[in-house]
Design a protein. Structure first.
Ligand code: TEU
Length: 542
């Protein structure tokens, strides 16, 4: 076994709490529901998924207008999800089976219902006034500057009670905390400490590169883009150097506890930004999401290029972190397309995610191929969906209930589910996929297991195998004596390539895992033949 820290060695599984498992029949997922499903995630045997850590979307008390990303009390658990005792039980149950628990921390903003903001907006001289970002308009009826929010529209909301605007990087009911105020900074470190003391193993840090804005509120330079947010080059309202410093402070605190990890959501369309948060691997965040990878369309060349860029630019000691989808974006199964090859593509994508150098993050439901659901307007819940419909359909389609079985409501709840279950549950559900040895679910299980058994996959170097045919992405993972080759055919054609594998350490390759059932077979001398969307994972030793 390797001596890598868990956050490098392991696989992280994102749980959108409201959509995972409902234990009390109110139609929403909860903490006890997760406790009941822990065996599915990791029971220590090959029949479970085998993930090493779970990341829970926010569970603090919240009006839930943005599903917990609008916090009313950082030191609590929302009653809809359970109690603090339930949380303690979940944490203990995870630890008992060697799993880690990460929670989501929303440090950039609170709910407008947070008592701090209620005070802050009460009067200009309220002691909490400066806990948020308040400014005068630049002229009557005009917000302080021309910035555009990541959720679109002006990020400035006028408040007539005190005739000033408050700043919200996201939606208007999520006012930004003023991180320039040392009291705010102190308080947020207290929040971390509170949960670290409870024993949580780490945090996913929401919008970590948004904590600070330019003090002078300078307007962003203009540029061309596909929607108003992208019409500006966001140099003054995100990824400011002060946010990086704050991340270092958080890291400093985290390091006073053993074995904890910070995983930053660096929300940006600039590749450099994510890398900046990895520092030299010791003074900044442990992990930060590489959004670029999750935006790549179905193309071997584009994935290779995206990974290649990160491998080239990551600072020495930094560690990559990949995901293909999450609760904010279109689910992989649908996004990567493929028609009758959708399932086969999902297997190729899974093999790539789980064998690259870096920590993989899986989004619940990805392992059973849940599609992006079409949620009708009348039952839509996401404020981004209802605000921008029909231009945008929001994020509900990625948040429909987890599909456990072919029973009513996909076995998610005995009540009325908060979002409709996707009709695919009749054939795409854990129970049925569990029984089929060739299912996507069993493919994920095999890959996760393989990863846990092979040091080369956890810690080995990454090297592209050059000169492969178009549509093939192939690479080597090497550690000491162990050499693993991952060959991914992104096309729906059979491709052959002759010399490459022989040139690499002769022909003594053995098939470890294959989508097309060639396990254990020696690779024929002289060449490789990959059938449509075939994955071959080969091994040889020096
Ligand atoms: O998301 C940050 C964010 O801005 C995007 O992922 C966004 O949801 C997407 O671009 C929409 O087009 C984080 C959380 O993951 C998200 O769920 C929250 O709504 C948001 O922050 C606000 O806290």
């Amino acid at each position: 076994m390797s001596d890598l820290p868990w956050w490098k060695r392991g696989v992280i599984y994102e749980i959108p709490v409201a959509s995972f498992a409902d234990s009390d029949g109110d139609g929403k997922g909860d903490l006890r529901g997760i406790i009941q499903k822990l065996d599915y995630l990791n029971d220590g045997t090959a029949s479970s998924l085998g993930v090493d850590a779970i990341w829970l979307t926010p569970t603090n008390a919240s009006p839930m207008r943005d599903f917990g990303y609008d916090v009313r009390d950082y030191y609590s658990i929302d009653p809809r999800f359970g109690t603090m005792a339930d949380f303690g039980e979940l944490l203990e149950a995870c630890h008992e089976r060697g799993m880690r628990l990460m929670t989501d921390l929303v440090l950039n903003h609170t709910s407008e219902e947070h008592p701090w903001f209620v005070e802050s907006r009460a009067s200009r001289d309220n002691p909490k006034r400066d806990w948020y970002v308040w400014r005068d308009g630049r002229a009557p009826g005009k917000p302080p500057n021309r910035w555009v929010s990541v959720a679109e529209g002006s990020p400035w909301q006028y408040d007539d009670a005190t005739d000033q605007y408050y700043y919200h990087a996201f939606l208007d009911f999520q006012p930004d905390l003023n991180w320039r105020n040392p009291e705010v900074r102190r308080e947020m470190l207290n929040v971390l400490e509170f949960w670290l003391d409870k024993g949580v193993d780490g945090f996913r840090l929401d919008l970590i590169n948004f904590l600070y804005e330019d003090e002078l509120l300078r307007d962003n330079p203009r540029r061309l883009g596909r929607r108003p947010y992208f019409w500006q080059h966001h140099i003054y309202d995100r990824s400011r150097p002060e946010s990086l410093e704050a991340a270092r402070d958080l890291r400093g605190l985290c390091d006073t506890y053993p074995d904890r990890a910070l995983m930053g959501e660096v929300c940006t369309d600039e590749r450099d930004d994510a890398v900046a948060y990895l520092g030299d691997g010791s003074d900044s965040l442990h992990l930060s999401f590489y959004l670029d990878f999750a935006r790549v369309r179905w193309s071997a060349e584009r994935f290779r290029e995206s990974v290649g860029w990160l491998e080239k630019h990551i600072p020495a000691g930094g560690w990559p972190c990949y995901y293909l989808n999450n609760h904010d974006m279109s689910r992989t199964f649908t996004r990567l397309g493929g028609g009758r090859y959708a399932e086969a593509r999902a297997k190729v994508a899974a093999a790539m995610l789980l064998t690259l150098r870096g920590t993989p993050v899986i989004y619940a439901g990805e392992e059973i191929g849940m599609p992006m659901s079409k949620v009708p307007r009348r039952v839509m819940k996401d404020p981004l969906g209802t605000k921008y419909w029909p231009l945008s359909h929001g994020r509900d389609g990625a948040r429909t209930p987890m599909q456990w079985s072919a029973e009513k409501n996909a076995g998610f709840t005995s009540g009325e589910p908060w979002l409709p279950v996707d009709p695919s549950y009749a054939h795409r559900n854990v129970e049925d996929l569990d029984r089929d040895p060739d299912s996507l679910l069993n493919w994920y299980r095999r890959l996760i297991r393989l990863r846990s058994e092979r040091l080369a996959l956890q810690a080995g170097s990454y090297r592209v195998i050059e000169d492969t045919p178009k549509g093939v992405y192939a690479y080597l993972r090497e550690s000491g004596e162990q050499r693993i080759a991952v060959l991914l055919n992104f096309t729906s054609r059979t491709v052959t390539f002759a010399k490459q594998m022989d040139a690499l350490y002769g022909a003594a390759w053995k098939t470890l895992v294959s989508t097309h059932g060639a396990e254990g077979e020696p690779t024929p001398h002289g060449g490789i033949r990959l059938r449509p969307c075939e994955v071959l994972i080969l091994e040889t030793s020096a």
